[in-house]
Design a protein around this ligand. Structure first.
Ligand SMILES: [Mn+2]
Length: 338
């Protein structure tokens, strides 16, 4: 049996002719992949649809069919707004919000536990591994062919949010959906390479610097590195260049905790941006909470404003060494990667 919101989503799509689709700020492969798949399907149904992203398309997704059609805004008000992969609130939606607000009918499709029903139709299901898997169920209900292009976009979403089928949300259901999408023509090797392996030359240089400066403490249980503003400058890259470096440190045998500190600037001035990865029992979320940050038990982050930057580095490394010696409250409930 289909959940009632799914029927309502289908009815909303049948009833309207023009659509604005929008996902979350700082879009990922699920927001973009799901949005593109929906746009292609709506066009196959003879409807008008735009996928809007005021933050553009991340480089890792610039291989998806139709990614160049993603636009920053629309020229006139569509009848129906479909917001995907986020909670639909103004500060989270990557679109000029009046086009969402003024739509005659609004639909929310999301798999984040924190989303609340705020639109006319709300299909929120935190048991779904990705928004793409929800969209796949929507599209199967329409009298259209799920083309290889649509399948590719959906598999990109599913692969993004399951960490390429490695996170705990890699269930028989998500693997079955992936299997169907591959039968329909999606290319899992290309998706895995583009999303998880490929790096720019600049970020590869920055990775080299980070590894050069890498330190092992506490008998190798803590791996850390720190990148200064000068490192970013000489590698000719920004924040995006330092993504995933912490995961390389985390993969060192014997490491239980990995930390990267980056000397950056934000709205309020110079800042140390800190990312932490660890065994879930070490509670990265609680570690980062001490410094005003937060996240998941295995992956969290925070910001620190000691000057100079080296002072922040010292404080964090000392706190991490102490943290490794202490006991931490057990994890009662892990929400999983969403
Ligand atoms: Mn998602």
């Amino acid at each position: 049996m289909n959940p009632p919101p799914l029927d309502d989503v289908i009815a909303a799509i049948e009833k309207h002719q023009s659509f604005i689709i929008a996902g979350h700020v700082g879009p990922d492969g699920d927001a973009i992949g799901s949005g593109l798949a929906l746009r292609l399907a709506l066009e196959a149904l003879g409807k008008e649809a735009s996928l809007v992203s005021s933050d553009g398309v991340p480089p890792a997704c610039r291989f998806l069919p139709g990614w160049q059609s993603v636009t920053g805004t629309v020229s006139r008000q569509p009848q129906c707004a479909i917001v995907i992969d986020c909670n639909g609130l103004p500060n989270r939606v990557a679109a000029p919000y009046h086009f969402i607000e003024n739509a005659r009918y609004k639909v929310l499709i999301d798999h984040h536990r924190t989303s609340r029903p705020i639109f006319d139709v709300n299909w929120i299901d935190a048991s779904q591994p990705a928004t793409a898997s929800m969209l796949y169920q929507v599209l199967k209900r329409f009298p259209i062919t799920i083309t290889a292009d649509i399948a590719q976009c959906l598999l990109c979403g599913l692969s993004t949010d399951t960490g390429n089928f490695r996170f705990p949300n890699t269930t028989p259901e998500s693997l079955l959906a992936a299997s169907e999408l591959v039968s329909l023509g999606a290319d899992p090797a290309l998706i895995a390479f583009k999303l998880f392996d490929e790096r720019s030359l600049e970020s590869t240089r920055l990775l080299g610097m980070a590894l050069q400066k890498m330190q092992a403490e506490c008998q190798g249980e803590l791996m850390w590195t720190a990148l200064t503003a000068g490192d970013f400058e000489s590698a000719k890259t920004g924040d995006e260049g330092s993504e995933n470096i912490v995961n390389v440190l985390r993969s060192v045998r014997g490491a239980r905790m990995a930390i990267i500190l980056r000397e950056r600037c934000d709205e309020t001035g110079p800042v140390a941006r800190i990312s932490v990865r660890c065994d879930p029992e070490l509670r990265a979320d609680l570690f980062c909470e001490q410094f005003g940050g937060g996240g998941h038990a295995a992956a969290s982050g925070c910001r620190m404003r000691y000057r100079p930057f080296a002072e922040s580095v010292q404080v964090v490394v000392k706190a991490a060494c102490d943290w490794l010696q202490e006991d931490h409250p057990p994890l009662e409930f892990e929400e999983g990667k969403i």
